[in-house]
Design a protein around this ligand. Structure first.
Ligand SMILES: [Zn+2]
Length: 107
């Protein structure tokens, strides 16, 4: 058995967040093309799994620097740190074609 080191701070990346959220906007379900901080960075929100969610451009623009409650937006699921994700992200032999647009944005 291979033990994958788990560290929520180093393991998190845009690519990993998109993978966790299925490349779908956490607010409306449209294809996601950005990462939203649930509590905005400008408001003290941190860059951790529980505070980031994949979002489409429209929702990101609409939400701006507000919390979902303030913006009147509902998250389809509560973001959390997925323990299996490091396995998914780091063990793929090849990046799937459909991930590439997201990786281009991330890099
Ligand atoms: Zn959306």
């Amino acid at each position: 058995m291979v033990k994958v080191p788990y560290n929520r701070h180093t393991a998190m990346s845009r690519r990993a967040v998109f993978a966790r959220d299925g490349h779908r906007c956490g607010y409306c379900g449209a294809p996601a093309d950005s990462i939203d901080h649930v509590v905005p960075r400008s408001r003290g929100g941190s860059n951790v799994w529980e505070n980031v969610i994949a979002a489409c451009r429209a929702c990101n623009l609409r939400k701006r620097d507000r919390t979902p409650e303030e913006a009147g937006m509902r998250m389809s699921s509560v973001p959390r740190a997925p323990r299996e994700l490091s396995w998914i992200v780091y063990s793929v032999p090849r990046v799937p074609e459909e991930w590439k647009p997201f990786l281009a944005v991330a890099s």
